[in-house]
Design a protein around this ligand. Structure first.
Ligand code: PLP
Ligand code: TYF
Length: 395
């Protein structure tokens, strides 16, 4: 029965890592996958995480099943982080949160949940978006469309196009929005543009699904979360997926959450029962360790401060790499203007490099995504000159 099965296409981003891993050149550089590396080119193990693990190991606990919705302390800490402890949705118990297997797991639970209760809705994602957005919602059974987003000419957002697309969507459509640090473009909306988006979503009766995988990598933890809070304050249904893969450097522990905002606490209880049904039929209940680490850090004041400082360190280092990238490229290739890289936000930059140029870079063992997306968080003081020289050569 398996003989007729075709090869599935590789994930366009994770496939680059496979090619990178197979490259024998010791000087190879991976600007493909969205992972934060420190200035030594290493994925950091945050001190706050190490300290939390010491606390957990000092009080060994049996590994029983967690509740279906996850660790209560984790879910509460996530809600307070995402919506603000003093927000109306938290105070009025209108938000429900389930621990999820990373941000991807949160999106998948949200997609399955929506398919059950809005089976005929269509989903809209930005053009372009994280590749997995389309795949996740299609595999949940939705038709997935794009809304205008990126403007290659300005290296920014085609806001008029985006707003027109939002206004043209049928009522009840599900619109997936990047809360901050847009992946793959690095182009975010301004605060005033978010006001217009929130107004259009509300007036059009759309269902916003905010994906926040990079909280703290833009302007700051609270600043990046502000969009979620503004949507929550606007009333109406809201789904929020968030991930700690990047902000805690806990990629492999798979820690994320899905939060859904209801109109009342009574409605919230019904939604929670349905979310639990989705979780149960996917993986029953989430793993223990990552959730405990994150909950410990978020609820222990010294560790929380340590995390905020370490996350600020990552954010600042990325910004320094943006500055250095622009300055060094200006010196090497003065005919080309890359100043826009400084204005982009988060881990990524849509560099404007063509597929052919990306292929040329690969010949010198520098790996980027075919679309020209580079992970600025993979640049460091030792590899940046090599990258700049190679880019200058292909321009
Ligand atoms: N959403 C976006 C926009 C992402 O870039 C990522 C990256 O991994 C995810 C969701 C998934 O997060 P996780 O790795 O925690 O599954
Ligand atoms: O966009 C990225 O590089 C990260 C990591 O299927 C990632 O979000 C990439 C592809 C994928 C899962 C995670």
């Amino acid at each position: 029965m398996f003989s007729a099965i075709d090869m599935a296409p590789r994930d366009p981003i994770l496939g680059i890592t496979e090619a990178f891993n197979a490259d024998q050149n010791p000087a190879k550089i991976n600007l493909g996958v969205g992972v934060y590396y420190d200035d030594n080119g290493k994925v950091p193990l945050l001190s706050c995480v190490q300290k939390a693990e010491e606390i957990l190991i000092a009080a060994p606990a049996p590994r029983t099943y967690l509740p279906i919705e996850g660790l209560a302390a984790y879910d509460k800490a996530v809600q307070e982080l995402v919506f603000g402890a003093d927000s109306a949705v938290v105070q009025e118990k209108r938000a429900v949160t389930v621990q999820a297997i990373g941000g991807t797991g949160a999106l998948k639970i949200g997609a399955d949940f929506l398919k059950r209760f809005a089976p005929d809705a269509q989903v809209y994602i930005s053009d372009p978006s994280w590749e997995n957005h389309r795949a996740l919602f299609e595999s949940a059974g939705f038709t997935v469309n794009n809304y205008a987003y990126y403007d290659a000419a300005t290296h920014g957002v085609n806001f008029a196009g985006m707003l027109a697309a939002l206004k043209a969507m049928p009522r009840g459509s599900i619109v997936l929005l990047h809360a901050c640090c847009h992946n793959p473009t690095g182009a975010d909306l301004s605060s005033a543009q978010w006001d217009e988006v929130i107004a259009a979503v509300t007036a059009g009766g759309l269902v916003p699904f905010l994906d926040m995988a990079y909280q703290g990598f833009g302007a700051g933890i609270a600043e990046d979360g502000a969009v979620v809070r503004r949507f929550a304050a606007a009333g109406g249904p809201l789904l929020v997926s968030n991930s700690f893969s990047k902000s805690f450097s806990l990629y492999g522990e798979r820690v994320g959450a899905l939060s859904v905002v209801a109109a009342s606490s009574e409605e919230a209880a019904r939604l929670m029962s349905q979310l639990k049904r989705v979780v149960r039929t996917n993986y029953s209940n989430p793993p223990v360790h990552g959730g405990k680490v994150v909950a410990t850090v978020l609820t222990t004041p010294e560790l929380r401060q340590m995390w905020e400082d370490e996350l600020a360190g990552m954010r600042v280092r990325i910004k320094e790499m943006r500055e250095a990238f622009v300055a060094k490229l200006k010196a090497k290739a003065p005919a080309h203007d890359f100043a826009f890289v400084r204005d982009q936000v988060g881990m990524f930059s849509y560099s404007g490099l063509s597929k052919a140029q990306v292929e040329q870079l690969r010949a010198s063992s520098i790996y980027a995504v075919d679309t020209g997306r580079i992970c600025v968080a993979a640049l460091n003081s030792r590899n940046i000159d090599i990258v700049i020289d190679a880019i200058a050569k292909v321009l």
